[in-house]
Ligand binder design. Structure first.
Ligand code: NDP
Length: 223
């Protein structure tokens, strides 16, 4: 049976490679984008979603009503504070925008697509967090991004507990330092490498491993 995988923020970067990979494997990926023209990828169904907008979430849930989803990948993310400085930077608006995307956006997407996941025989949720979520690894700076990804990790861990009785496995992942608009040119791996590793992790995710925090290449990540 082909897998139905919905990936948020799939119009570029890691998300685009994820839907490309599922389409190439003969699965049934649904990529979401915020609007405008979606990339032309054979085998990919496109839907619009701004993860921060409740009305957009409701519209997607309506469009996909009664459509089983086997894998939900919460990938959409924002990293705006790389150049901020502690003395006068990190404005409150930036905190609000990044938390709305990286944390609330994950929660709203899970909440609105929960009925679809419950129609699958083996439903899974993958949350793309980051090594920057880790509190044991704390090199400083990027306070908004780090704390938002830590919140996404915490959200995933608690969802894993609550969704276990519903048979839904939840994994949280560091995708690697990836050459995308976010990761930049000097990053360590390509989006193709990240996507291949992540898809293998998602395939291995089960109720036995639910709540895991893993790297793209299969190592447990320090919390
Ligand atoms: P990109 O910046 O290349 O792509 C981000 C994607 O998220 C785009 O499709 C963007 O859409 C989408 N997005 C942003 N805001 C919203 C929103 N409100 N609603 C819906 N979609 C939105 O990032 P990457 O591909 O590099 O990152 C993917 C994920 O991996 C993110 O969660 C990121 O934090 C995480 N990550 C990435 C790392 C890296 O090295 N690249 C390292 C660790 C984690 P649009 O085109 O409309 O802006």
């Amino acid at each position: 049976m082909p897998l139905t995988a919905l990936v948020t923020g799939a119009n570029r970067g890691i998300g685009l490679q994820l839907v490309r990979g599922y389409a190439a494997d003969g699965d049934s990926p649904i990529g979401t984008h915020r609007g405008g023209a979606a990339p032309q990828v054979p085998g990919v169904r496109w839907e619009t979603l701004d993860v921060t907008e409740p009305a957009s979430q409701a519209a997607l849930a309506h469009t996909l009503a009664a459509h089983p989803i086997d894998l939900l990948v919460c990938n959409a993310g924002l990293y705006l504070d790389g150049g901020e400085n502690l003395a006068g930077g990190y404005p409150p608006e930036m905190w609000a925008q990044m938390f709305a995307t990286n944390v609330t956006g994950v929660f709203l997407t899970v909440q609105s697509l929960l009925p679809n996941l419950q129609l699958s025989a083996a439903p899974k949720i993958a949350i793309i967090s980051s090594q920057m979520a880790s509190h044991t690894r704390a090199p400083g700076r990027s306070y908004i991004y780090r704390s938002s990804k830590a919140a996404a990790l915490n959200l995933g861990r608690n969802l894993a507990t609550d969704l276990m009785p519903l048979g839904i496995a939840v994994g949280i992942y560091h995708p690697g330092w990836v050459k995308t608009e976010m990761g930049g040119e000097s990053a360590e791996i390509t989006a193709e490498q990240a996507s291949a590793g992540l898809r293998a992790r998602f395939a291995a995710l089960s109720l036995e491993t639910t709540g895991c925090f893993e790297t793209w290449d299969g190592h447990p990540h320090a919390y």
